[in-house]
Write a protein that binds this ligand. Structure first.
Ligand code: ATP
Length: 356
């Protein structure tokens, strides 16, 4: 049993008739960083508030290190929290902000000073002891909030959109910094974000949430390569979606798209729930190779320049749909508008899933 892993099982929270969290389950292993990612209003913050104890559960269980915490008040849950706006005490110095939780817990001055110094070193805040939060940059305030949350040596750290108050450039630098700090302390962490780049950059695994439920949990790569549903395929990265149905062809499993062409696939595990096929645009080859079993005749409509890549818009001859395929700008064979092409797709790149 891991000592500070988080287990959220079938959690439900209703506000009136609306289930903001509707049977969500996820686990974070001891020392792991998991990002809770999803669109606005899907229930991320409510899930975080349930774990922190600011909302009461309607159903389900929440445990840390195997012990049920759902009935405990927030201050007894052993959880460190970093809010979106950092919520620092403006009238207290940086040192006093970091000391605050330790003082409340009756930790001795010697231990407080030593822990604070260690955290200030780790968060690169040395020399800022006497500053007040308003005299710090956004990134520095965020690090104070982090040091304050970690000061009580919590079993679990919860971060709510920790980078969203910062400008885009700073966000990228701080994402890397934050990850290093979290790695350094090794605290089990759940971070809420609506930004996939942030989730991919920060977390060991991503729990993807939609309409109050966790729809998939895995590493960024697992989710990208094996999306469980259309929602997942379209939320993480780019995806081309073909509605249609499965069919047993003469050479094996096939997917017949509604626009009338058959794509060879590797047989899916849950064949009954499937009603569409997702392909990552970069997995469609503009000129089919001899071993591409699925070929789609198309016509190039336009080629747009985007720095390192070009986007080639192709109209499929059957059905007339336009799909956009990225190629490298330094690619040897750049097509021209009006050219006829044969798009090549390998069966292992075709992911047949449910449209949810
Ligand atoms: P965002 O990324 O925009 O912060 P979120 O995924 O964190 O969204 P929540 O804040 O958890 O979403 O909200 C989930 C749903 O529950 C929303 O429809 C929201 O309007 C509703 N909701 C949240 N808190 C309350 C509340 N106290 N009373 C009523 N409805 C609420």
């Amino acid at each position: 049993m891991n000592s500070s892993g988080l287990d959220v099982v079938n959690v439900v929270k209703r506000f009136g008739d609306h289930a903001a969290v509707d049977g969500a389950s996820l686990s974070v292993k001891d020392g792991e960083i998991v990002a809770l990612l999803g669109p606005s209003g899907c229930g991320k913050t409510t899930t975080l508030r349930l774990i922190a104890g600011f909302e009461a559960l309607d159903a389900g269980t929440i445990a840390i290190g195997g012990a049920d915490i759902a009935k405990l008040p927030p201050y007894r849950r052993d959880i460190g929290l970093v809010f979106q706006d950092y919520a620092l005490f403006p009238h207290l110095t940086v040192a006093d902000n970091i000391n605050y939780g330790m003082k409340q817990r009756g930790i001795s001055k010697i231990k407080r000073d030593s822990r604070r110094r260690e955290l200030m070193r780790l968060t690169r805040l040395e020399g800022f002891d006497e500053r007040r939060p308003l005299a710090l940059s956004g990134g520095q305030q965020q690090r104070v909030a982090l040091a304050r949350a970690l000061a009580i040596s919590p079993k679990l750290l919860l971060l709510d959109e920790p980078l969203s108050n910062l400008d885009a450039k700073l966000r990228e630098t701080l994402r890397i910094e934050l990850r290093e700090i979290l790695r350094g302390v090794g605290t089990t962490t759940l971070v809420v974000t609506h930004d996939q780049t942030e989730a991919i950059g920060l977390a060991d695994r991503i729990a993807l949430m939609n309409r109050g439920r966790i729809v998939q949990i895995g590493t960024a790569r697992e989710i990208y390569e094996e999306p469980a549903t259309r929602f997942v395929a379209e939320f993480i990265g780019r995806s081309i979606w073909f509605p249609g149905h499965l069919k047993q062809g003469t050479h094996g499993a096939e997917f017949l798209t509604d626009d009338g062409f058959a794509l060879r696939i590797n047989a899916p595990a849950n064949a009954r729930a499937v009603n569409g096929l997702s392909i990552r645009p970069e997995h469609v080859r503009l000129s089919a190779r001899p071993n591409d079993v699925s070929r789609i005749p198309a016509t190039v409509m336009s080629v747009e320049f985007f720095g390192a890549e070009l986007i080639v818009a192709c109209r499929l001859n059957s059905g007339g749909r336009v799909i956009r395929i990225p190629i490298r700008t330094d690619d040897e064979a750049i097509p021209v508008a009006g050219a006829s092409v044969e798009l090549g797709i390998s069966p292992d790149r075709c992911k047949v899933v449910a449209d949810d």
